[in-house]
Design a protein. Structure first.
Ligand code: GLA
Length: 391
């Protein structure tokens, strides 16, 4: 499947007439700064060149039709603008529908429906943000088809997050939708989630590649466990606020955390808070190191990030730990860690150019031996954010 075939399929299913438009929204990979985005901390993601393609056209009536080429069953869902409610049976279509709902909540009420067909090449449940990609894609489509010209890309990211929080029930932070909306070729985004200030940092590494390894363990439990982590952080913050004047965990540095940590009554919540504080500091230090071309320090901080996510935040799993440990054992690997929400999904590694083949061979073989699973590898190409693609 490619974008021409998607357009053809759209014409076959919905007719070739009228103003048919094409769009794309990428997936993302986060280099460092995990589970900091709902704690007022920093993140450092970049947009990928894989993502979700969409073809859409306005309708004259009040119907909306969503069609996914990726699925064999449940590929088409039809709703009316008069009933934008979540229905379990809609499956994947709750993501684009949630964005239509969120637009309405923000005063952008559609007067006409539309047809939208998608095809994506982000492996689902891999922690590379297939859902944020679909949300921001829908936002770009609605803005363009219905001329909501006052909405910025940042607004579309925020609307996507709002829909995921309020409509789809995952209390995610802003990182994924932000990265998908604001991505820039060859750059990672150093975002302060406290006030959404950010800068682009060039991450074209002359001597190394960024490699994603998919454990193929789906993080299907992510929503429940994810929301649990979020509330554990909230409980830790509440305890800390009795003894120190902070708004978010990201307001503390490690010294501050050591000074006040005993105020956190629950031991597990204390560990979650420790990760949130330390990971934020690591992210700031990693970006500073990158600016000094000190990629070795960057890699070391990625490794520490993994250990903290494994032991304190407890969002890794056996298979992903195996991938990371295998990666660490390959000479020429600068750093390796779990990426994204966790509980399965992918690792991200920085690997010296001349070690990439060895990395793929050794990690692939070792992983297969220990788990029976065939890992998948993607050499990262950092791409642009979501956009219309046919003009
Ligand atoms: C998921 C969420 C993000 C972020 C990451 C963990 O991808 O959608 O907001 O919290 O997990 O860093």
């Amino acid at each position: 499947m490619d974008k021409n075939e998607l357009r053809k399929k759209f014409s076959d299913v919905y007719g070739a007439d009228g103003d048919i438009r094409e769009y794309f929204a990428p997936g993302r990979v986060n280099l460092i700064g995990e589970h900091t985005d709902y704690n007022g901390g920093h993140v450092f993601p970049c947009a990928l060149t894989i993502g979700t393609y969409g073809v859409a056209r306005k309708r004259e009536d009040d119907r909306i039709r969503f069609y996914s080429i990726n699925l064999e069953r449940g590929q088409e869902v039809e709703v009316s603008l008069k009933d934008l409610s979540y229905q379990k049976s809609y499956g994947w279509a709750n993501y684009p529908l949630g964005v239509v709902w969120a637009f309405a909540q923000k005063g952008k009420v559609l007067q006409q429906g539309f047809d939208m067909m998608i095809w994506g090449n982000i492996p689902n449940g891999s922690g590379l943000s297939s859902s944020a990609s679909l949300e921001v894609l829908t936002g770009v489509i609605l803005k363009d088809l219905f001329s909501f010209d006052d909405l910025s890309m940042l607004d579309l990211a925020l609307i996507g997050q709002f829909s995921e929080n309020q409509f789809n029930g995952c209390n995610c932070g802003i990182m994924d939708q932000f990265a998908v909306a604001m991505g820039k070729k060859d750059c990672a985004m150093f975002l302060d989630t406290k006030d959404l200030s950010f800068e682009y940092a060039n991450i074209k590494l002359p001597d190394a590649k960024i490699v994603i390894t998919n454990s193929k363990v789906k993080h299907s439990l992510v929503d429940g466990k994810y929301n649990e982590r979020r509330s554990e952080c909230a409980r830790a913050l509440e305890d800390l606020q009795k003894v120190v004047d902070i708004k978010e965990l990201g307001d503390l540095d490690m010294d501050g955390f050591e000074r006040y940590k005993d105020a956190i009554r629950d031991e597990e919540c204390r560990k979650r808070a420790k990760h949130a504080v330390a990971e934020n500091q690591r992210t700031i230090a990693a970006v500073a190191a990158l600016k000094e071309n000190d990629i070795a320090t960057f890699g070391e901080l990625m490794n520490l990030s993994h250990i903290s996510l494994r032991d304190d935040y407890k969002v890794s799993c056996r298979e992903v730990d195996i991938l990371v440990e295998l990666a660490w054992s390959v000479e020429g690997v600068i750093g390796s860690r779990i990426t994204g929400g966790g509980f399965g999904g992918c690792t991200v590694s920085i690997v010296k150019n001349d070690a990439v083949d060895l990395f793929v061979e050794r990690v692939g073989k070792g992983y297969k031996e220990q788990t029976g699973i065939e890992a998948e590898f993607y050499i990262v190409d950092i791409g642009e954010g979501a956009r219309r693609t046919d003009c």
